[in-house]
Design a protein around this ligand. Structure first.
Ligand SMILES: NC(=O)C1=CN([C@@H]2O[C@H](COP(=O)(O)OP(=O)(O)OC[C@H]3O[C@@H](n4cnc5c(N)ncnc54)[C@H](O)[C@@H]3O)[C@@H](O)[C@H]2O)C=CC1
Ligand SMILES: O=C(O)C1=N[C@H](C(=O)O)C[C@H](O)C1
Length: 254
């Protein structure tokens, strides 16, 4: 059965007992135009949502999120996904699955906070003008993946912009190092991950030229920062059949 978005979409949350899932449940509950109809966590059956939910929001763990999306599509439910761990192959499998199902939409976004979406955009815009660019992400110590999905997307955006501009490798004379001292390398961009009690989700992009530096920084001090973006995606996903990657497409930024 295919979900047809009503005026008051019925929303399910996957990962409802988690930090993000619980925050999303509260946000949906408080939204006058949305109905929270199901809170699922591990061991709950996604197939049970068929005919009961129009949209499901997935904030679970990287190891299960793709399977959840396929199960949601089987159940005829649109999906909004914030969970990290998506690579090109996983996205391509979902796109291929969507091509066989008219009318369903999936939106996957590495970050739903406006400041983070803008920071990624600003970093990609600035990248072509600087010799050097590195990404430092800083998160709470309960995070299970490193680097963050946002940092991966930021680094890939910087790398693509540098490639388009014909820039070569960044200057780096390092000959010897302790393992990890220069961070992970994502498409040629160094990415550093800090885990610190007290933090929520933060990222700094530093870009350097001789004699000058540009710093672009985004801070989510509270998970509330992700909620306007999540709710926007919930309201819009049914109007966007197929796969959408990134909240920027709903914000008219690209
Ligand atoms: N895109 C964005 O704006 C944001 C993305 N995230 C990402 O969202 C994900 C969740 O983050 P947190 O809420 O902090 O993690 P968390 O560990 O607090 O919550 C994950 C929840 O998923 C549940 N879960 C595990 N397997 C499941 C399954 N098969 N079905 C249903 N539920 C299952 C767990 O029991 C837990 O309750 C992470 O990948 C994180 O990086 C987090 C914040 C913002
Ligand atoms: O785990 C988190 O907390 C976050 N995860 C996402 C990521 O990995 O980019 C988004 C945000 O940084 C918070």
């Amino acid at each position: 059965m295919l979900a047809r978005m009503t005026d008051f979409p019925r929303v399910a949350v996957l990962g409802a007992d988690g930090r993000m899932g619980a925050t999303v449940c509260r946000a949906v509950d408080n939204a006058p135009d949305l109905q929270l109809v199901a809170r699922l966590d591990k061991d709950d059956d996604v197939a049970s949502l068929a005919g009961r939910a129009d949209v499901a929001v997935d904030f679970t763990v990287p190891s299960v999120t793709e399977a959840n999306v396929h199960a949601l599509l089987d159940a005829g439910v649109h999906a909004v996904v914030g969970t990290t761990g998506w690579d090109d192959a996983a996205l391509a499998r979902v796109e291929e699955r969507l091509a066989r199902t008219e009318g369903l939409g999936v939106l996957v976004a590495p970050n739903f906070a406006l400041s983070a979406v803008l920071a990624m955009q600003f970093a990609a815009t600035a990248a072509r003008y600087f010799e050097s660019a590195e990404v430092v992400e800083l998160h709470h110590p309960n995070k299970v993946d490193a680097p963050s999905g946002t940092a991966l997307a930021t680094a890939r955006g910087i790398a693509a912009a540098r490639r388009d501009a014909g820039l070569g490798e960044m200057p780096d004379a390092t000959e010897t190092q302790l393992d990890g001292a220069r961070g992970a390398v994502v498409d040629g961009v160094h990415v550093h991950a800090v885990r610190l009690r007290g933090l929520v989700a933060h990222e700094e992009v530093v870009l350097g030229n001789p004699g000058e530096q540009l710093t672009i920084r985004t801070d989510s001090f509270d998970r509330e920062s992700f909620m306007p973006g999540v709710l926007l995606a919930v309201r819009e996903v049914g109007r966007r059949p197929g796969l959408t990657v990134g909240l920027e497409h709903l914000l008219d930024l690209r």
